[in-house]
Structure formats: C-alpha cells, structure tokens
Design a protein around this ligand. Sequence first.
Ligand code: AMP
Length: 125
Amino acid sequence: MPIDPRQPYDPANIFARILRGEIPCKKVYEDEFVLAFHDINPQAPVHVLVIPRGAYVSWDDFSAKAPAEEIAGFVRGVGAVTRQLELDGPGYRLLVNMGGHGHQEVPHLHVHIFGGRQFTTMVPA
Ligand code: AMP
C-alpha cells in the first residue's frame, strides 16, 4: 500500500531499522550522509536503493526541510554509488516514488538506481 506522504516520520519504518543496524541489508556504499544497499526484490540486473541518514519521509519532506549540506551530501552520495557500480559509462536510471500516485511504499526517502540493461519506456502505461 502506498504511504500518505504527509504522515510524521515513523522511526519504526524498515529503512530506519536498517540504518540502526537492527535488520541486515546487502550494503553497497555508505558515508556520512547516505547508506546504499541492494533492493530485496530487484527489478533490473542492478537495483540499488540510496537513503539519507536523516529522518525524512519522502522527497517532498527532504526537499522542503533538509539543510543544504544534507541535500548536497545525498546527491553526491547517489553519484558515488553509481560510479562505484561502474554505471557511469553504460548509464542508468534513477527513480523516486513520492506518495500515493508515486506508489511510495516505504516512508523513508529513497532513490532507486536501476542499471545493467537498456531501458526504453519512460513509465508504464
Ligand atoms: P517504493 O515503492 O519506492 O517505496 O520502494 C520500496 C522498495 O523497497 C521496494 O523496491 C522494495 O523491494 C524495497 N524493500 C523493502 N524492504 C526492503 C529491505 N528490507 N531491504 C531492501 N529493500 C527493501
């Protein structure tokens, strides 16, 4: 079920628990601002999620409230992950689902990185 993006941040959400080390993940990269790990249900040969360490429900929440340093750190972190995965040559796709119409299911901001194959259609019909 998609989330209501206006809900307050829920510290019990699954990505918050991964950040606290309470449940495992297949870690790809981490730094001061982000953690990146493989999606549990991959939709492409490479499907990695990048999350900010800060407590933000969604892209809307993050873009409105995060300090500039955290926004820069997050964008730099996504770039670092794509280069570490050697996707900068062949290319890749980034996706952020936001709220109901975006079909966001986990209420902690995450960017999906898809790679390892050719993508064509922008979004399903
Ligand atoms: P979204 O619909 O954008 O909120 O995407 C949530 C994503 O999180 C989905 O692609 C799930 O497969 C993924 N996911 C959910 N739980 C886990 C988990 N424990 N570890 C890794 N990925 C997860």
